[in-house]
Design a protein around this ligand. Structure first.
Ligand SMILES: *[C@@H]1O[C@H](CO)[C@@H](O)[C@H](O)[C@H]1NC(C)=O
Ligand SMILES: *[C@@H]1O[C@H](CO)[C@@H](O)[C@H](O)[C@H]1NC(C)=O
Ligand SMILES: *[C@@H]1O[C@H](CO)[C@@H](O)[C@H](O)[C@H]1NC(C)=O
Length: 352
């Protein structure tokens, strides 16, 4: 019976080792708010989906964990927004593997997931810093003086260095512990960094005017991060133009080089992938692929959301649906707008 116990224990160890990989920390997004429950570092062990070193980071910086959770939520939401009319629509699954195998197969989709997630954490932590919610960081008040354009730097600039360093420590950790001899780890590390770069290279300047009744005698300015939607747009473009790579030994190092010499070299801002994506047409619950049957498609579009491509040539059903809209709106003095409700029928197409 003690033998049996050992087998059971071994099994438990195997399962927990196998399940904690690259992006299982995204499962934080599915857990209840950490604000109330995560009062001290002893609660970190109870968080599901974290690798060992991530638990240690949690213990050292408990106050930052709510931002990590928020970063995961931002990333998932933005991914679903960017992919809502593609065959793979970034839906999440029930278990610890938030995106199923899609996230770990070395595909373009996996590249996007890694980039947007590491950007999400850098973004959320930086924002918490600027809002004064974290003890170890704040906003950047050191950008001083007058810019070449003649405005005065002042106020609270977003200081990305803490958020980026945090994201590197937390998000990159599972890859680093796999060792950089793994091509998949190299790919993920590259894409994690590209995600953070998408914030860094799109910082904006915001300004406020001071002076007599709106005159702009003095303009004070500070730096802010782009809205997260902007980061999503940038990374979606990088997704479209991602470079297929393969590992190559150069001296004692392993590098990822473009698979074909005809491909242009990629930069630190680009996404790379190792494996061509499946077509995502058919339901494959085992891999976390929902298939496109039942998805709404656009009959006139020739894009990815068009019935032809989205339904993978299987054809589609057409049904009538009633839409209720506000119409014939009239402005009444003063100050209200009254509208009628109009009903009309539209055709809705769904993939077979
Ligand atoms: C993605 O598509 C599936 C059907 O294939 C649907 O059940 C799911 O709700 C969609 N997810 C999102 C996030 O739109
Ligand atoms: C930005 O944050 C980093 C890391 O926390 C810190 O070392 C640096 O002093 C901060 N910079 C400014 C200008 O506040
Ligand atoms: C369908 O696609 C056409 C062409 O791309 C576009 O003009 C139209 O707005 C789309 N309709 C819907 C409901 O998205």
């Amino acid at each position: 019976s003690s033998e049996k116990m050992e087998i059971v224990q071994l099994y438990v160890v195997l399962i927990s080792v196998r399940h904690i990989c690259a992006v299982t920390w995204l499962y934080l997004a599915k857990q209840p708010s950490l604000r109330g429950t995560l009062r001290d570092s002893s609660a970190c062990e109870g968080l599901k989906g974290l690798a060992e070193e991530q638990v240690r980071i949690c213990q050292r910086q408990v106050e930052a964990m709510d931002s990590v959770k928020h970063g995961a939520e931002l990333a998932i939401e933005e991914c679903q927004h960017q992919f809502h009319n593609r065959r793979w629509n970034c839906s999440t699954l029930q278990g610890l593997q938030v995106f199923g195998k899609v996230a770990i197969q070395g595909t373009r989709e996996s590249a996007f997931i890694h980039a947007i997630s590491s950007a999400g954490v850098a973004f959320a932590v930086t924002r918490a810093c600027s809002r004064g919610e974290l003890e170890k960081c704040g906003c950047d008040r050191k950008i001083h003086g007058v810019s070449p354009e003649g405005f005065q730097w002042s106020g609270c600039s977003d200081n990305l260095s803490y958020g980026i360093a945090f994201s590197q420590a937390f998000v990159d950790n599972p890859e680093r512990s796999r060792g950089v001899s793994s091509s998949r780890a190299l790919m993920n590390l590259h894409n994690n960094e590209a995600g953070r770069k998408a914030i860094l290279s799109h910082m904006k300047v915001e300004c406020k005017c001071h002076g007599v009744s709106g005159s702009c005698e003095v303009r004070t300015c500070w730096k802010v991060m782009p809205p997260f939607h902007k980061v999503g747009n940038v990374l979606k473009e990088k997704f479209e133009g991602a470079t297929e790579v393969h590992p190559k030994r150069v001296g004692s190092r392993k590098l990822l080089v473009p698979k074909s010499s005809r491909f242009k070299p990629y930069t630190a801002h680009d996404l790379v992938y190792l494996v061509a994506s499946p077509d995502f047409c058919d339901r494959d619950p085992h891999s976390g692929v929902f298939g496109t049957s039942g998805r709404q498609c656009n009959r006139t579009s020739h894009g990815m959301d068009g019935c032809e491509l989205l339904c993978c040539g299987r054809g589609f059903h057409t049904a009538q649906a009633e839409v209720v809209e506000r119409c014939s709106c009239k402005f009444h003095w003063c100050c209200s707008v009254k509208c009628k409700q109009c009903r009309h029928l539209v055709e809705v197409h769904t993939c077979r």
